[in-house]
Design a binder for this molecule. Structure first.
Ligand code: PNS
Length: 167
């Protein structure tokens, strides 16, 4: 057992297209456990289509909501996640899990990342029940059809979604 263990640095990665209150719940909980939290915003995830928002805008949406947490930084990345984590001296990658449906994808990512970097631990937090249904893609669908997004994303994100997606 390492007696000098401290909170260290964790990376909380994602596409965040756009960030939701479910993401903020995870980020806040990680910030309570780790000394430093780097929210890593993927420039362009390989398995997903083009994002609605630019990387700069996705970063800005998150930055304006995490300003109250002095130990949280938001950074874009376009490398392998484990390389980004190494670059920042992170010893953990932390993600939220909503339901069994997230498990298969995250299990695969976990195995890939573990193969590349066995020294970086992946840690999963169960989402709070009030956010277990909430996803960026669900919010985009609501925005397309003019649905009420209050309580799901910050107001600024909701109005930008409407500008970009409302039919
Ligand atoms: O589900 P998300 O939000 O699109 O997740 C993005 C990310 C980077 C967390 C996920 O794709 C992942 O864990 N990827 C690991 C493999 C990797 O490093 N890919 C390069 C960046 S897409």
């Amino acid at each position: 057992m390492n007696e000098s263990w401290n909170g260290g640095t964790a990376v909380v990665p994602g596409s965040y297209d756009p960030v939701t209150f479910g993401h903020f719940d995870i980020i806040a909980r990680v910030a309570n456990v780790f000394d430093t939290v780097i929210v890593g915003v993927v420039n362009q995830a390989v398995r997903k289509g083009k994002t609605v928002f630019s990387t700069e805008e996705r970063v800005a949406f998150i930055e304006s909501e995490v300003a109250e947490y002095p130990n949280v930084q938001v950074k874009p990345f376009d490398t392998l996640l484990v390389d980004f984590a190494r670059e920042h001296g992170a010893k953990a990658i932390v993600k939220g899990l909503r339901a069994i449906s997230d498990f298969e994808y995250e299990f695969e990512m976990n195995q890939l990342n573990r193969k590349l970097a066995p020294d970086i631990e992946s840690i999963y937090l169960m989402s709070a029940p009030q956010f277990s249904f909430l996803s960026s893609s669900g919010v985009k669908e609501l925005a397309m059809f003019g649905g009420d997004m209050s309580g799901l994303v910050p107001d600024r994100v909701a109005s930008r979604l409407q500008e970009e997606l409302k039919r």
